[in-house]
Design a protein around this ligand. Structure first.
Ligand SMILES: *Cc1c(COP(=O)(O)O)cnc(C)c1O
Length: 415
């Protein structure tokens, strides 16, 4: 129950802050690993991980140490100069991804914007598309951020209504969602993409698993079919792994599940170790070489502090076997949720420690369920009205996962 301190903080945020979010009524003040504490001292298991930004757990001691060491030396110099930690970070990132060159930014949306700019430049310079004619294919249900250009190609009305005039140059194909195609590559979606490709098409931009749309996992084989289509038609495959990447789905990147490689990859969220905004666009040499001095930039992008944290965050995913943990415990979480067997649940889906539970319409909303879980010491949030997401930090222990499954099961059975 909310005490006066929490009530007071909630009131302040709602009076002095814009109301572009609708937070659950809990005022957090401390985090450690997979746990969070509110200002009244109540403890919660975090099954939200800040939309996968906190994969390493809150206040990871190694990352806190990196922050303190680096802050005491140097934090921000801008890209007007070289800095000691940036080269090491970029080298490491490029090797982990398996592409040639990285461009560091801060937030996810900035890295998506970078990918869009890169694809358009590539279309004009490498492919000979007439000026201002480049087209990028996106898919329905996409989420790539909140800038004016990115919301221009969202299929969610509320993301773009009253924010026009919208940026042209994007066309929308079908995603492979709740696909009922009899064969693996999802004919519906692939045909709709194929139909949109013309001589001015620069790229297709997709999430390998759609997070904000409700953890939508396309059929195995779909991404591979998209890759082959791109190869045949000479368009770039841009994969947004801001949420799905860095171990979340049980492999370093979700594209690895289909043994393909994108031409450009977008990462963010967990790259900052749950501490800082760190993002990047990583691509093939010929795409990135079109950026020459003056064509793109960011004051904070690739700053020494972000670079030091980003490099250590990447190392820790491997050193601490967070990816294996995501795979193993994710499997258990999915099986456990599927075995609850309640009428309330329509579908349990996901990969790694990234599970969406879709509720049947007509029952109570996903938000109602989140409120009850909050009361029981589990923090998560709905996406849309009827999907609740379970995405704990990747370092969650077996014991705490078991505890959460027991709790969630109890709550849903009573719901
Ligand atoms: C969160 C997210 C973004 C936007 O990242 P921000 O850091 O909020 O700008 C873009 N794409 C995907 C898939 C995301 O999940």
């Amino acid at each position: 129950m909310l005490d006066d301190i929490q009530k007071n903080q909630i009131k302040k945020e709602s009076i002095f802050g814009a109301k572009n979010y609708k937070p659950l009524p809990v005022v957090l003040e401390r985090g450690q690993g997979e746990f969070l504490w509110d200002v009244s001292g109540n403890k919660y298991l975090d099954m939200m991980s800040a939309y996968s930004a906190v994969s390493h757990g809150h206040s990871h001691p190694e990352l806190v140490k990196v922050v303190i060491d680096q802050v005491q030396k140097l934090s921000v110099v801008s890209r007007a100069f070289y800095s000691k930690s940036l080269g090491d970070f970029l080298e490491h990132l490029v090797n982990v991804v398996g592409l040639d060159v990285a461009l560091p930014m801060n937030t996810g949306a900035e890295a998506v914007e970078t990918a869009i700019k890169a694809a358009r430049k590539w279309a004009y310079i490498n492919k000979g598309v007439p000026q201002d004619k480049a087209e990028i294919i996106v898919v329905d249900g996409n989420f790539h951020g909140r800038t004016t250009t990115i919301v221009s190609f969202s299929s969610d009305e509320s993301y773009k209504k009253d924010f026009g005039p919208l940026t042209p140059g994007f066309v929308q194909a079908k995603y492979c969602s709740s696909c009922t195609c009899p064969i693996g590559d999802c004919v519906d979606s692939i045909t709709s993409i194929k139909n949109l490709i013309n001589e001015n098409t620069a790229a297709i931009l997709i999430e390998p698993i759609q997070g904000e749309a409700g953890i939508i996992v396309p059929r195995q084989g779909w991404l591979k079919a998209v890759r082959e289509l791109c190869d045949r038609t000479n368009i770039l495959l841009l994969v947004d792994e801001i949420q799905s990447g860095l171990g979340r789905t049980g492999s370093m990147f979700a594209f690895e599940h289909e043994e393909i490689k994108p031409d450009g990859l977008i990462v963010g969220k967990a790259l900052g170790g749950g501490i800082l905004p760190v993002s990047a666009f990583i691509a093939k040499q010929e795409i990135m070489d079109n950026f020459i001095p003056g064509t793109h930039g960011s004051t904070f992008g690739g700053n020494p502090l972000a670079a030091a944290v980003g490099k250590r965050a990447l190392e820790l995913l491997v050193e601490e076997e967070l990816i294996e943990n995501s795979k193993n415990l994710g499997e258990q979480l999915k099986t456990g949720l599927q075995s609850i067997g309640s009428d309330v649940i329509k579908e349990v889906r996901g990969r790694g420690l990234w599970i969406g539970v879709e509720l049947n319409q007509g029952t109570k909303s996903a938000n109602d369920l989140c409120m009850i879980l909050l009361d029981q010491g589990i923090l998560t949030k709905e996406t849309h009205d009827n999907v609740i997401r379970f995405a704990p930090p990747l370092m969650i222990s077996q014991a705490n996962l078991d505890w959460s499954l027991e709790k969630i099961s109890q709550v849903i059975k009573k719901f």
